[in-house]
Design a protein. Sequence first.
Length: 275
Amino acid sequence: MISCIQTNHKSFTMKRNTSWFFILSISIFLIAGCTVNNVSIDKGIGEVFSANKVEGTFGMFDNSRGKFTIYDLDRFKLQYSPGGTFNIFNSLLAMHIGRLSDERGLIKNGVDSALSLNDAFRSSSAPHFMSLARMIGRDTMKRWVDSLKYGNMKVGVAVDSFWMNDSIKISADEQLGMMKRMYFKQLPFRASVQESVKKMMIIENNSQYQLAYNIGQAVSNGKSIVWVIGWIEENRHVYPFVLNFSTNNLDPADALAKKITGDILAYVGFFRGIM
């Protein structure tokens, strides 16, 4: 008789660059009749997607309790173009290898246009991150993508656009794992570099909670693929999360992404001091 594999948050502090969901997938799909105590499938989250007329998935990890909350497990494991969320990887790598000294380092785009990494990140300036990728170089980029086992690891030919043209793809599962590891500075980049990127991601920081995330968008098969990846910290507990949804509207979706993120976080209990 095969017994259940019980997983907990310690499983996800391993230094190996394996997918978070590898162990959970074994537990859920390969062992018939078992109950995984740390995974909650919350169908109520689907009402938020329906109300906003999009299809999507959401995953959150409660680090203190070692528990997951997930909506749409199938989509959670599918890989999509990361769009602008790859700015996180670009930023980490550029500072780690010294292309930029820190978040104040300038990225030039053309003769007259230059932004600091911090400003380019906060404004999601695609032209500046394309320039940054060229500064890094394809060989170095590929080596680090492979080292981190980022998504399907397909960099493609164009080093300055592969994260927007369906070359490299990543799942919500893998994005969640990256957020958890970066929060605790467990990625293979200098701790100071990871801390700098964490600070650039902070959206709100008050006495009740800290909310940090990055929004990305890419077009695939005539649809916008929108990401929100980050964490919320409340009552000294941290909850890395990932949101992924698709919409037929190809216009910038930042406002919609922020609304859905806020609606889901409120639904699961945040912003009231009870988490």
